[in-house]
Design a protein around this ligand. Sequence first.
Ligand code: IPE
Ligand code: IPE
Ligand code: MG
Length: 249
Amino acid sequence: MTAHSIVLQELPADLQRERLPKHVAVIMDGNGRWAKRRGMPRFMGHRRGVDALKDLLRCCRDWGIEALTAYAFSTENWGRPLEEVEFLMTLFERVLRQELREMMEENVRIRFVGNLNALPRSLQVEIEKSMEETAGNQGIQFTVATNYGGRQEILQACRAIAQQVQQGHLNPDEIDETLFEQHLYTTGICDPDLLIRTSGEMRLSNFLLWQLAYGEIYVTDTLWPDFDRHEFHQALSAYQQRERRFGKV
Ligand code: IPE
Ligand code: IPE
Ligand code: MG
């Protein structure tokens, strides 16, 4: 067995437990390129991408990370060819149905964020079911951003707040960060400490624009289906070397 194929179940010794990020967010990018490099159709990359996500979720749980948020589908991804969009929607639905029992066994609390009403009805049913069934679990908080857009999230919060003002329930002076956050999809989940983006792209692509105000960003050239525990270990090592100043000196 090569050093690389050893599965790290325990927190690697060089990582400090007390300095782990509480919440890790990932932009799972590069599925299409992963497939293309192997002469396969793009959907094969998405399939392998699911395996990488399942392993990362387990790894976060094994290593004691409290929350993981994954970007699965952006509001801009509707612009892809219809067959790719349909494949992804069917994949999400199937994976959710297959994994629910295991998530219960592993005490995972799953939540979906995004404009869920615009998703296929049958997917919405699985989403609601998984959120309801796992709501009482006490383990890792796993959030999946599906039909998610940071700008849309901020706009819908503005609309909800404006309505409260219009109805006379709220004074504009009372609008502060705490109140605003209560209207975001992610309310109740702490902001990500670490954002990982795979496949070398250095942009946010409309992901968690509000929540990532002070998140540490780590970009790796590795394509998402190849992102494993060793890659995650490297990301955490880099994170632990950062000095988070939050604007102070
Ligand atoms: C990320 O991989 C998955 C989704 C956006 C759903 P991509 O499909 O964007 O893969 P690339 O970037 O084209 O390689
Ligand atoms: C971001 O990846 C969205 C997800 C990973 C779901 P994209 O591949 O859609 O982002 P761009 O187009 O490269 O910015
Ligand atoms: Mg991409």
